[in-house]
Design a protein. Structure first.
Lengths: 289, 310
């Protein structure tokens, strides 16, 4: 038998809280922290970050320790410290980018689909939430998460390098100025594809399938188009190629796989198209019918 | 409190609300109608979730579909008919979340979530995930989220759906407490007549997107009090049967037994009529309709909206 309160205290003061978009985004971030998948990716990123920190320190030792001079010559051939090395801080030779894509598919696939599954979107819109607040909140989560993950991969090695060796360290002093915009563009690309895919799905699991389907499907399509038409610029259809291209382009790696123009057009198209799909699929009328 | 004129809402080619005009004051308003009659559409329109294709209206003094829709929704609570719960969160977490979304600060929302969950009788279970809750508990979480920001008006869409008799009684007790203790007006959409009869002091009957009848429950009860069964000694002749309409609306009648709704509440009228028309009235039995009979009559067209007030 439930115990009921005698009554409720007086009405609280309203309109003192955060903007609805921030409340929604914060709820999604908090939920992720308690999920097993969130813990798994947290461990994977922490391990990668630790590995990277050790790598930067080893590079410093090879440079400065006379006992390791012989090894340094070898290391200079293997571990180049030019633009490719800088770009690899946010790609880890493709490992981090692949892990990020898997993470946005696993976690981001449910960002809208979970609301569809639990049928809470009409209830969200029954509160002072406009469709653009909802989309902004989901976008903030979907793009903010990969960005927040990439940020320590840029800042920690850079900080270590600056502390240990100053401006002559293995990481350029200007690396964050190049890598943070790259991370932002990659995150926008990942976030918008996740939003669109998740809005098409009715469950988080289906959302995962949609993200992978879109990314791998477009990758296959671009490979076919690229080779059959002999147009390397068509690689810009491929979200995987785009996410790998931005760090290279911004760091000035010689011979990037995609040029500036195809990368810009491809990224802009994906961001606009998938955000449009998500906006259409999350209108209040869609939430009701 | 709620006012709308010639409201029309369409889903593509389907007209869900067809020229609905109504004025409703504070209190508990029962919204009755069969499935698909337009109850949920009306609630969603009042919430600003659906835009009227025609007509206009206002809720709590704010225009429907206008730029103030968001402000209006912070003053309204909504308990949907279906399960709209975040299954992987505790009742406390989600009620606090809905409170914040309504405009409360994080601290206020947390305090209020405790209070409102205690109010609906979920104090001890509030930290458990709702996926493990019974139907009655789930309904109470939905009610709690609708009340967390202390709205001036709350829309309850089929709040007793799926509840056993005991759970239903408790839910209706809560609805009455919401009105009585918190002073919040309630719109109770239901197809269960007993629920509306128990809680409402105003009634709106909807069918096929149109208002079939509306008015105060008091007025309705007075109108029901005018219905009598008249038994005459002999069957009435054609002229007498024709003249019986002077008393009021003849709902049913044959072989000297007539079911009449009098135009006035004075029960001596039938006797005077019998004397004037040479008939012998041997029995006058008050036949107070149950609400379900009124609904059936309203839906079959025998209960015009202008009959609403006694």
């Amino acid at each position: 038998m439930p115990i009921y309160a005698p009554s409720l205290p007086p009405r609280p003061t309203m309109n003192e809280g955060l903007a609805p978009a921030l409340v929604l985004a914060r709820f999604d971030f908090r939920r992720l922290r308690h999920q097993k998948i969130g813990m798994f990716f947290g461990f994977a990123y922490a391990a990668s970050l630790g590995f990277m920190a050790i790598w930067v320190y080893v590079r410093f030792l090879l440079k400065t320790n006379s006992a390791l001079n012989g090894l340094d010559a070898l290391a200079n051939q293997v571990l180049v410290q030019g633009p490719a090395f800088q770009a690899s801080l946010v790609t880890l030779g493709g490992w981090l980018t692949t892990l990020l894509w898997f993470q946005v598919a696993f976690v981001g696939g449910g960002v809208i689909a979970r609301d569809t599954l639990y049928r809470i979107r009409p209830l969200i819109y029954a509160h002072p939430v406009r469709p653009r607040d909802y989309l902004a909140a989901k976008g903030l989560f979907a793009a903010g998460l990969p960005f927040l993950i990439q940020l320590p991969f840029i800042l920690i090695p850079w900080g270590m390098s600056m502390l240990i060796a100053g401006v002559h360290g293995p990481v350029w002093a200007t690396a964050p100025l190049r890598l943070i915009p790259a991370a932002l563009l990659v995150s926008l690309l990942m976030g918008s594809i996740t939003l669109g895919a998740s809005s098409l799905a009715s469950t988080p699991r289906a959302g995962f399938g949609w993200v992978l389907g879109i990314v791998l499907g477009l990758s296959a399509l671009s490979t076919i188009a690229e080779h059959s038409l002999s147009q390397p610029a068509l690689g810009a259809i491929n979200p995987l190629a785009l996410s790998a291209a931005w760090p290279d382009l911004l760091c000035g790696t010689p011979g990037p796989e995609l040029g500036w123009i195809p990368a810009l057009i491809g990224t802009a198209f994906h961001v606009v198209f998938w955000t449009f799909i998500a906006a259409r699929r999350t209108q209040p009328s869609e939430a009701i019918l | 409190m709620i006012e709308f004129h010639q409201l029309e809402v369409r889903y593509g080619a389907t007209v869900a609300l067809n020229g609905v005009s109504l004025e409703l004051g504070e209190g508990v308003i029962g919204l009755l109608g069969p499935n698909g009659s337009g109850k949920s559409t009306l609630l969603k329109t009042l919430l600003g979730l659906l835009s009227p294709t025609h007509g206009q209206g206002s809720v709590l003094g704010l225009r429907l579909g206008g730029p103030e829709s968001a402000r209006l929704r912070s003053r309204i609570g909504y308990m949907p008919e279906y399960d709209a719960l975040i299954e992987d969160a505790s009742a406390y977490d989600q009620v606090a979340f809905w409170g914040e979304l309504s405009g409360l600060s994080a601290e206020q929302a947390r305090d209020r979530a405790h209070e409102v969950l205690y109010f609906v009788g979920l104090d001890e279970a509030r930290y458990r995930h709702v996926s493990g809750y019974s139907t009655g508990m789930r309904q109470r979480v939905k009610l709690a989220q609708a009340l967390v920001h202390s709205p001036e008006l709350v829309f309850l869409d089929e709040p007793t759906n799926g509840l056993d008799p005991d759970g239903r009684k408790r839910m209706l007790d809560l609805v009455l407490r919401v009105r009585g203790e918190l002073g919040t007006s309630v719109i109770l959409a239901s197809h269960l007549l007993e629920d509306v009869e128990r809680c409402a002091d105003q009634l709106v009957i909807l069918d096929k997107g149109r208002i079939k009848a509306s008015g105060s429950m008091e007025g309705l009860r007075k109108m029901l009090a005018r219905r009598y069964e008249l038994r005459f000694l002999d069957a009435l002749d054609e002229a007498q049967e024709g003249a019986l309409a002077e008393l009021g609306q003849v709902l049913e009648g044959r072989n000297g037994l007539y079911d009449v709704e009098l135009t006035e509440t004075d029960p001596s009228l039938p006797f005077r009529w019998a004397q004037d028309h040479g008939a012998v009235l041997v029995q006058l039995t008050p036949r107070h309709d149950r609400l379900d009979e009124v609904l059936v009559r309203a839906l079959s067209g025998g209960f015009a909206p202008d009959e609403k007030e006694a």
